[in-house]
Design a protein. Structure first.
Length: 110
C-alpha cells in the first residue's frame, strides 16, 4: 500500500515500552501466565493463549507458535494473521530458529 507508514517491530516495542513494562512487571501478569499455561494440557490451547497474549503485548501482522512433532516435522500450533503467502517464510524461519536456538527479529520478512 503506497503511502502507508509501517513502523518496524523495534519501533512498535519502543512506543509501547512503558505500557508493556507496567503490564508485564506486575505479579498479576506472572500469575495469569501460570494459570493460563496450566489451565490445559493441550499444547494447542496453551499456544493459542500465547498468540493472543503476544498480540495484546505487541501489534504485529502475524503471530505463530510452531513446534516440532515426534517425527521431527514442524506444526503450527496456533496463529493469528498467518496467510498462505507467509507459510513458506514461516517454515524457513521456524527451521532456522529451532536449529540455531535463537530468536530471529526482522522488520519485514518479504
Amino acid at each position: 500500500m503506497a503511502g502507508v507508514y509501517r513502523v518496524d517491530l523495534a519501533g512498535r516495542l519502543k512506543a509501547r515500552q512503558r505500557a508493556l513494562r507496567t503490564r508485564l512487571s506486575g505479579r498479576d501478569a506472572l500469575l495469569d501466565a501460570i494459570r493460563s499455561a496450566h489451565a490445559s494440557a493441550d499444547p494447542r490451547k496453551v499456544a493459542g493463549w500465547l498468540v493472543r497474549e503476544a498480540g495484546d503485548w505487541v501489534a504485529a501482522p502475524c503471530w505463530a507458535v510452531v513446534a516440532t512433532d515426534v517425527q521431527g516435522r514442524q506444526a503450527v500450533l496456533a496463529d493469528a494473521g498467518l496467510t498462505p503467502e507467509y507459510e513458506a517464510s514461516l517454515a524457513l524461519v521456524a527451521s532456522w530458529v529451532m536449529r540455531e536456538g535463537r530468536e530471529l527479529l526482522a522488520a519485514d520478512l518479504a
